[in-house]
Design a binder for this molecule. Structure first.
Ligand SMILES: [Zn+2]
Ligand SMILES: [Zn+2]
Length: 253
């Protein structure tokens, strides 16, 4: 008689027994959270294999695949934030910067403003979680509306700055975290694969992440999507504001 596998960490589970259950085939995952479950299973299996983790199962809706990965990045970025809490001092890192070129304004406020790097991190992750959980924009995790899918790139661009700040200002912390998680590598591969950021905006060098040879625009079929979206830019007040922030003041939201 086959015993039923319970895929859950029960209270009192020892650390060594965490997630200690056999992998499940994606097609056998029957919950509405199947995609999240599948992604997390791939990460546990081999977090270093970013290609396998980003490779969607057949017939997976692409927008919801991108969406679930972004949720997962936000979750894991919380662990990086916990490390930054120890080290990123608001009196020292008074602004969210990476290279000297930009001061990133925090978009979590009615008027975007210069928050300290740590506040920027906390506010931005909080804002991203609110948006990704919002009933208005993402009422379903299984089918994502076209105009909501377009919000993913601004979320991606903002949360990426957490990596770039850690890389430029807290290098040892960044390296230790990266070695344990490959999170920046996976994130970078993800934004390139799905054309969510341009390589110009990627501050952590691809060579550091062992991603040399990656080019943007790999997915040509998405181009149509971008053009269609342009008519909707008026609805994107936030994005509009953002563009004006990227003017010569050397501030970027
Ligand atoms: Zn800092
Ligand atoms: Zn803020």
């Amino acid at each position: 008689m086959a015993t039923e596998v319970v895929r859950r960490n029960r209270p009192g589970t020892k650390k060594v027994d965490f997630y200690n259950w056999p992998d499940q085939d994606f097609n056998d995952m029957e919950t509405t959270l199947a995609v999240q479950q599948y992604i997390q299973q791939l990460i546990r299996k081999d977090y270093k294999d970013v290609e396998a983790i980003l490779d969607p199962p057949p017939v997976q809706d692409e927008a919801s695949w991108k969406y679930e990965h972004l949720r997962q990045f936000c979750n894991e970025l919380n662990s990086l934030t916990v490390c930054l809490l120890e080290e990123c001092d608001p009196l020292v890192c008074k602004q969210m910067t990476a290279t000297e070129q930009w001061i990133f304004l925090c978009a979590a406020h009615r008027q975007p403003k210069e928050c300290s790097a740590l506040d920027y991190t906390l506010h931005t992750l909080h804002g991203a979680a609110s948006l990704l959980n919002s009933n208005k924009h993402f009422p379903s995790r299984v089918s994502i509306k076209e105009n909501s899918a377009q919000k993913l790139s601004s979320v991606a661009r903002r949360i990426y700055r957490i990596f770039s700040h850690a890389y430029c200002h807290h290098r040892t912390l960044f390296n230790d975290f990266e070695e344990k998680t490959y999170l920046c590598k996976r994130f970078t591969r993800y934004v390139i694969k799905y054309d969510l950021m341009t390589t110009d905006n990627l501050i952590v060098p691809l060579s550091v992440l062992d991603l040399e040879g990656e080019k943007e625009g790999e997915k040509k079929e998405e181009e149509g999507e971008t053009t269609e979206g342009q008519g909707e830019s008026k609805a994107e007040e936030e994005e509009e504001g953002e563009k004006s922030q990227e003017q010569p003041a050397e501030s970027s939201q």
